[in-house]
Design a protein around this ligand. Structure first.
Ligand code: PRE
Length: 89
């Protein structure tokens, strides 16, 4: 059935999304370790805005959707970085 095939494709894409998110969080953790080492502020508002701007201006996805997704990603990203900073102290 066509729906079943489309769901198989969605499952494969979801696996990629989750795998990419895991990789992204790992990189963010590495940045967090460096920031904590050099006593830098974890939150970089300008950088977050730059990323959101890039994907709200150059994609045909709904802007609010992109913003909401990135708000959650940055929140989790900073949570992971904070955990690293706590571990260090
Ligand atoms: C990251 C996380 C927190 C900052 O507020 C900005 C960006 C992100 O997840 O993209 C990574 C990061 O710490 C950084 O680029 O400085």
């Amino acid at each position: 059935m066509e729906i079943d095939n489309l769901r198989i494709e969605i499952d494969a894409l979801d696996s990629q999304i989750v795998s990419l998110l895991k990789q992204r969080m790992k990189k963010s953790k590495e940045i967090g370790i460096m920031k904590s080492k050099f006593n830098l502020e974890l939150k970089d508002f300008a950088r977050e805005q730059q990323i959101i701007h890039k994907f709200t201006e150059n994609s045909n996805l709904n802007k609010e959707f992109v913003k909401e997704i990135y708000k959650l990603i940055f929140k989790e990203s900073r949570r992971i970085q904070k955990n690293e900073a706590i571990k260090k102290n």
